[in-house]
Design a protein around this ligand. Structure first.
Ligand code: ADP
Ligand code: MG
Length: 240
């Protein structure tokens, strides 16, 4: 589904992604872990060109994302993204947050989008918040809304960048539960997280990044039970 070839990214003379090549297959749940500053967010943001790669190509379902002739908006509509800090529109109701993109892009008429929003809100137990504003709900609720807002666009893949890192501990579970359901439904997912339990339970593959490279990758079981790279071992000894 996503083919990354020789991807590099520099900010000035700081090389942040160093010649990464990777494939993400349909239905995979790829968990990306690694120390702060290792390039995890930049990697995710390059996939839908929120960051412009310095070198390399990214292909999504056969379309070269990095080709300047490609309509990047069409690509982004198919790649849902969820951020650490929710990024909800503060001046819009929850319903409007969810329906805005499907209506603006012509994917749905307002009425259909409203119905979709209701179904999605019901699914995450937040239908009663449809007319609330983001400031009136908790962090865990905001993140569940951010997830269904992305789902309203009927994406082919969901990218998560530390979706639970900004949450109070008691709210982490409710967000991970929504992500687990999504995984069970077969969604292709790339998840940057420090939640090792989630990685073990849900991941089909774990990638370990350090200094802009994927140093090691494996199934969760092999990765956590038999880490090969010394830097992976050091990292795991700190977080497990
Ligand atoms: P991670 O998500 O693994 O913590 P990031 O991808 O956010 O790492 O960052 C990798 C490196 O790139 C860090 O050193 C960070 O400071 C740098 N970086 C990220 N974004 C920018 C930017 N927009 N401008 C300059 N440097 C950046
Ligand atoms: Mg990050």
């Amino acid at each position: 589904m996503i083919d990354v070839k020789n991807l590099s990214k520099s900010f000035g003379d700081h090389l942040v992604l160093d010649d990464l090549s990777e494939h993400i297959y349909p239905g995979e749940k790829v968990v990306v872990i690694g120390p702060s500053g290792s390039g995890k967010s930049t990697f995710l943001r390059c996939l839908n060109l929120l960051e412009t790669p310095t070198a390399g190509t990214i292909t999504f379902n056969g379309v070269e994302v990095t080709n300047t002739k490609t309509n990047i908006d069409q690509i982004r509509q198919q790649m849902g993204m969820v951020f650490q800090h929710f990024n909800l529109f503060p001046n819009m109701t929850i319903r409007k947050n969810i329906t805005l993109a499907p209506v603006r892009t012509g994917l749905m008429k307002q009425e259909e989008a409203d119905e979709t929003a209701a179904v999605l809100l019901k699914r995450v137990g937040l239908l009663d918040k449809a007319d609330a504003y983001p400031a009136q709900i908790s962090g865990g609720q905001k993140q569940r809304i951010a997830i269904v807002r992305a789902l309203a666009m009927q994406p082919k893949v969901m990218l998560f960048d530390e979706p639970t890192s900004a949450l109070d501990p008691e709210m982490v579970g409710e967000v991970l539960d929504v992500m687990k359901e999504l995984a069970q439904e077969g969604m292709t997912m790339v998840v940057v997280t420090h939640e090792m339990g989630f990685a073990k339970e849900v991941g089909s593959r774990v990638l370990f990044m350090d200094s802009g490279k994927i140093l090691e990758q494996n199934t969760p079981q092999e990765f956590f039970d038999h880490p090969q790279n010394p830097r992976t071992r050091t990292f795991l000894s700190k977080v497990l």
